[in-house]
Design a protein around this ligand. Structure first.
Ligand SMILES: Cc1cc2nc3c(=O)[nH]c(=O)nc-3n(C[C@H](O)[C@H](O)[C@H](O)COP(=O)(O)O)c2cc1C
Length: 265
């Protein structure tokens, strides 16, 4: 079947999911592509996709599930028997029920997931002293993503109609295991280091940060994605909350063995 356009659909506060889906699309040369970025509120709005378009969705895993803000924003999209590739990016611990959940979200909106991947991205909580999957997705990961994109392109080209396509079996539980409740915590500000440049305001996916006298983070809106921490040039935002520091230390000690992307086609 002929694809007239590829839509990249990331929700990617710290950029790993976007890198992976961009690499997948890069292999499908000759087809125009555009991004429908769900990371920031400004990019979210009701969108419809046609049966001759391909949507490549990339989201992070939070507590073994699709990040809740991504779930909310994906619900603004509507397919029309639109083929889809679904990608969950996780921080080298596990992706648990995230791929089956993403498959179900896609199907409910009339997308037809025909390929899925679980890729590894640097863990949001990773830091210089406690690295967790630092630097991933790296060159080998992105080469795997590109080769996967080439296989998906070949599969689509060989399909007469989408009716012949089916979603491969995916690991995960249905019903899904409980995700974690929202943390009543935010990154902490090191006031002496902050230059009030405002970069953190622009990278926050949920408009949780304001700047008046000083940077303030709204605990109700913060999803602890760590985009602000990773983007701050002065290291003025840090993980200070004890529960997150403990999780970070555990991940740093226990999730050291390199996991590899898992592909389903
Ligand atoms: C609140 C929260 C929960 C997370 N839970 C998991 C998890 O259950 N398993 C895992 O391996 N990584 C987990 N991660 C790490 C992210 O999935 C990982 O860093 C991912 O690459 C982020 O994607 P992005 O760069 O596209 O935002 C979590 C990160 C955050 C912020």
């Amino acid at each position: 079947m002929k694809i007239s356009k590829i839509w990249l659909v990331p929700f990617s506060p710290t950029g790993s999911s976007r890198k992976v889906i961009t690499a997948i699309a890069a292999a499908m040369t000759g087809i125009p592509s555009e991004e429908c970025d769900l990371t920031y509120a400004a990019g979210v709005g009701r969108r419809r996709f046609g049966p001759d378009e391909l949507v490549i969705i990339g989201v992070p895993v939070y507590a073994g599930r699709v990040a809740p803000l991504a779930v909310e924003r994906l619900q603004t999209l509507q397919g029309d028997r639109t083929p889809a590739v679904i990608v969950a990016t996780y921080g080298n611990r596990d992706f648990e029920d995230a791929l089956v959940e993403l498959r179900d979200i896609a199907r409910q909106a009339s997308f037809v997931p025909l390929a899925a991947g679980a890729f590894i991205g640097e863990h949001s909580f990773s830091g210089a002293e406690t690295p967790i999957a630092a630097g991933r997705p790296d060159g080998p990961d992105l080469a795997i993503a590109e080769a996967f994109g080439a296989r998906i392109g070949a599969r689509l080209a060989a399909l007469e109609t989408l009716d012949a396509a089916c979603c491969p079996d995916l690991p995960g539980n249905v019903p899904y295991r409980e995700g974690a409740p929202p943390l009543p915590l935010t990154p902490a500000l090191v006031e002496a280091a902050c230059t009030k440049c405002g970069i953190c305001l622009t990278v926050c996916p949920n408009e949780a940060i304001t700047l008046q006298e000083k940077i303030a983070i709204d605990v109700e809106r913060c999803i602890f994605c760590c985009a602000c921490i990773k983007s701050c040039p002065e290291e003025a935002l840090v993980i200070d909350a004890a529960p997150v520091r403990q999780v970070r230390q555990w991940l740093h000690e226990h999730c050291t063995a390199r996991r590899e992307p898992q592909l389903y086609l």
